[in-house]
Design a protein around this ligand. Structure first.
Ligand SMILES: NC(=O)c1ccc[n+]([C@@H]2O[C@H](COP(=O)([O-])OP(=O)(O)OC[C@H]3O[C@@H](n4cnc5c(N)ncnc54)[C@H](O)[C@@H]3O)[C@@H](O)[C@H]2O)c1
Ligand SMILES: Cc1cn([C@H]2C[C@H](O)[C@@H](COP(=O)(O)OP(=O)(O)O[C@H]3O[C@H](C)C(=O)[C@H](O)[C@H]3O)O2)c(=O)[nH]c1=O
Length: 358
């Protein structure tokens, strides 16, 4: 049975990954989840697994060497999967400092501690792997054509993507210098259950359900390559099991959409899924779309070339955009309490400030 240290496992992708692993391996995995529970961390995401004997939650910061060491002292960890990060571009534009702390310094503390416990003399113990969960944003922005490959030069534009690039480069340095068993994945935009409502798709779903304006930045024609979160999870699992040490793998959905197209899909899917007598139904329309000031340094287009992970490891995405969107929206409709708990907390203050609401 493999022992995983998952960091940031109470967030959107991390909590989906933990559930994915328990399901795929029929609970025959041991998982330690280290998460400091920032505004984005939510233990409600893990209610299903929290009672399992082979799941253990530790509240702590990846920048805190003592906490990380205490885990390695207690458990023989096979895989580290680092999801812990400040993840929202708009917040990084307002205050980059915490992004540098967690996404750069935190990665270094994790690498250093992991190295200490995985090395025997100069040689790393066999079977260990450190996975850095990264993003396509490290490559910068594309024009109308072309795709990001693993050899595309790094050219981050936001403080978020710059800090993720810093983390990735440290991971690479630990491979180049110490031959530490690391892999890096760079994924496109995810969507699915448990996604914090500051991100475009859940924000639009929530605003539609509350009859609020839908803020679209700039001309609404920026393009993202959307991937359903469980497809990301299956890719990460394959990379941990079969990925070659020292390599980078891009992960994408081959699903490019302009933001305005995404919003229109959400509106039509909500119209279809809501019962005919639901009073919210009549209020959801394209009239809610409001063009607002553009994001500073807004990347125009992301599109991933996933040929390497397909050819080398046999991974392909399985969930199309229309299907994924219907699944995601149905989940939000079935889990209104989850969303209401969040939107009534710190998020309300953030939203007012961010979208200049009175
Ligand atoms: N969301 C996407 O579309 C996307 C796409 C590609 C890559 N990624 C990457 O995937 C990872 C997870 O993203 P997400 O969207 O789930 O993020 P998220 O913001 O939903 O979750 C981040 C989690 O990390 C925890 N955390 C933050 N700082 C921490 C610290 N110092 N110590 C311990 N825990 C800490 C938070 O409490 C939270 O549970 C990130 O590394 C992100 O860069 C995200
Ligand atoms: C919140 C919001 C966003 N947008 C636009 C901005 C982007 O062009 C697009 C998606 O924005 P979002 O903030 O959801 O995601 P990205 O900025 O692309 O970044 C996301 O995908 C990458 C891969 C990660 O690595 C990030 O962690 C993740 O947050 O919608 C709007 O037009 N209005 C809004 O209110």
């Amino acid at each position: 049975m493999k022992t995983y240290l998952i960091t940031g496992g109470a967030g959107f992708i991390g909590s989906n990954f933990i559930q994915y692993l328990f399901k795929k391996y029929d609970k025959k995995v041991f998982i330690i989840n280290l998460d400091s529970l920032t505004y984005a961390g939510n233990l409600q995401n893990l209610e299903v697994v929290s009672k399992y004997d082979n799941y253990h939650f530790v509240k702590g910061d990846i920048c805190d060497r003592e906490v990380v060491e205490s885990i390695f002292k207690q458990y023989d960890i096979d895989y580290v999967a680092n999801f812990a990060a400040e993840s929202h571009v708009d917040r990084s534009i307002e205050d980059p400092s915490i992004f540098v702390k967690t996404n750069v310094l935190g990665v270094q503390v994790l690498l250093d501690t992991t190295k200490k416990y995985w090395i025997d003399g100069d040689i790393f113990i066999k079977g260990k792997k450190f996975l850095q969960v990264s993003t396509d944003e490290v490559y910068g922005s594309l024009g109308e054509t072309g795709y990001f490959t693993e050899t595309t030069p790094l050219d981050p534009h936001s403080p978020y993507s710059a800090s993720k690039t810093g983390g990735d480069l440290l991971v690479k340095a630990y491979y180049d210098t110490y031959k530490m068993p690391v892999v890096i994945t760079r994924c496109s935009n995810n969507y699915g259950p448990y996604q914090f409502p500051e991100k475009l798709i859940p924000l639009v779903i929530h605003n539609c359900l509350s009859g609020k304006a839908i803020p679209l930045y700039g001309d609404g024609k920026n393009i993202r390559d959307w991937l359903y979160v469980t497809d990301h999870c299956s890719a990460l699992d394959i990379v941990l099991e079969k990925g070659k040490i020292g390599e980078i793998y891009n992960i994408g959905g081959n699903n490019e959409k302009q933001n305005i197209e995404v919003v229109k899909t959400i509106i039509s899917t909500l119209q279809r899924l809501l019962p005919s007598d639901d009073p919210r139904k009549g209020k959801i329309s394209k009239k809610l779309i409001t063009y607002v000031e553009d994001r500073k340094g807004h990347d125009r287009r992301y599109a991933i070339d996933s040929i390497k992970i397909k050819d080398h490891l046999g991974w392909v995405p399985t969930i199309g955009f229309e299907e994924g969107m219907a699944k995601k929206i149905q989940w939000y409709l079935d889990n209104r309490d989850w969303l209401e708990n969040i939107v009534s907390g710190e998020y309300a203050v953030y939203y007012k400030k961010m979208y200049k609401e009175a």
